[in-house]
Design a protein around this ligand. Structure first.
Ligand SMILES: [Zn+2]
Length: 400
């Protein structure tokens, strides 16, 4: 086995490369392609056979966005993937679906508040889960066709958008709750300028394979894309570090009884999860060959334990896995959660382990998905433990 210190150094190096040297890497962006290249290089160096699975997506660029209320300005950010606009119009405030049904929004700027801005609206074409309530709001807006939409922020401290959807074609921005009264009560003309650009491009999943096809198949996955504006250390350079370190650990020795597939997914933080859909559409019919799928996302948070959850595992299989993780003090089992790439497999009844950090759920949209998600949050020892745990699971199978 490789020296632990060497592996720890590599883990730190991978996280640093992805979240500091490359930094934010939204699906389809130039940085996203640099991350793809880096991952591919490490897999190849470790003697895995690499496939790039390409798909279409949008890259999005934003420039100055301004909202003028008469002579004063309000703080706004475009919703990610918003189309550009330059409109001067009166506003119509809408607080509920009922009001939206009654409203005449043509030639106006719609200001969404109240029950319409309680949570992010699911993108129009999101395939895995969709809410009828959200779809109703979106189709009403498309029918009423305002010139543009202003939404209150979902977060008090920073501008958190309600829309994030490259398939929705009404330009929109998010404004701070502090400006709410000023905007809503204003009789002055509103002038909104959004300078942004959607560009058609491609992205790719990086899939690395090794071992004997037709043998017990282990699939380990982690997404490598980020939202815009975040270094994405915990979300999810750490998961990618597990894939890359595992490839190093399995470089020379792999049992003839196993096949290992390492999938760096591209699109978990993109509005329509195109990488996951491409993978599902191509490999869905082979899912019955998977002995165990493992997804890593958000593990390695300092002063926390590693949280794992077992789904769709038989009792015997679960006991086997428990007997292995019990020897790792840093790993703790928690009840399943139903969002993330592990659901690709679990919802197809594939035995699945989801891996994260116990404290992750409190950090979503306060630290995660923001500029605060940096390597200083991470304890590489926790990540190494996960790699050793997975190596043991794979080795155990190899001995059978
Ligand atoms: Zn993630």
């Amino acid at each position: 086995m490789q020296n632990k210190n060497v592996l720890l150094k590599q883990i730190k190096h991978h996280i640093n490369e992805l979240s500091v040297n490359i930094g934010e890497r939204p699906t389809g962006s130039a940085a996203n392609h640099r991350a793809e290249d880096y991952i591919k290089q490490v897999f190849t160096r470790n003697k895995f056979k690499v496939t790039l699975q390409k798909f279409d997506c949008l890259d999005w660029e934003k420039n100055e966005t301004t909202l003028n209320i008469g002579d004063t300005k309000a703080d706004v950010e475009p919703s990610p993937y918003s189309l550009p606009c330059n409109v001067q119009a009166g506003i119509e405030v809408v607080n509920s679906i009922f009001q939206l049904e009654q409203a005449d929004l043509s030639g106006k700027i719609a200001v969404l508040c109240g029950e319409l801005t309680q949570e992010p609206l699911m993108p129009k074409n999101f395939r895995f889960y969709n809410s009828e309530h959200h779809q109703r709001i979106i189709s009403l807006l498309e029918e009423k066709a305002p010139e543009a939409i202003l939404t209150t922020s979902l977060n008090d401290k920073h501008l958190l958008p309600v829309f994030e959807d490259g398939d929705f074609d009404i330009p929109s921005v998010v404004f701070s709750k502090n400006d709410r009264d000023r905007i809503v009560n204003s009789n002055l003309p509103i002038h909104l300028r959004v300078n942004s650009k959607r560009k058609k491009t491609t992205g790719a999943n990086v899939i690395a394979r090794k071992g004997q096809a037709g043998q017990s198949k282990f699939v380990v996955t982690a997404h490598f894309d980020t939202k815009a504006g975040t270094p994405g250390a915990l979300d999810n350079a750490v998961g990618v570090a597990v894939l890359l370190t595992l490839s190093e650990m399995l470089k020379e020795t792999i049992s003839e009884h196993v096949e290992v597939e390492l999938v760096a997914f591209n699109g978990e933080d993109y509005f329509s999860t195109p990488g996951q859909i491409a993978y599902l559409d191509t490999y869905n019919s082979e899912f019955n060959q998977i002995k165990l799928a493992i997804n890593c996302d958000g593990l390695g948070l300092k002063n926390n334990k590693t949280a794992i959850s077992l789904m769709e595992c038989s009792e015997k299989h679960a006991e086997q896995i428990e007997s292995i993780y019990h020897s790792f003090k840093s790993i703790q089992e928690i009840p399943p959660w139903y969002q993330g790439d592990h659901m690709l497999f679990a919802s197809a009844k594939v035995p699945t382990i989801a891996i994260t950090s116990t404290g992750i759920f409190e950090l979503i949209d306060t630290v995660i998905h923001t500029q605060l998600d940096t390597p200083s949050l991470i304890d590489p020892e926790l990540i190494l433990d996960v790699c050793l745990f997975l190596q043991e699971i794979i080795n155990l199978e190899g001995k059978e």
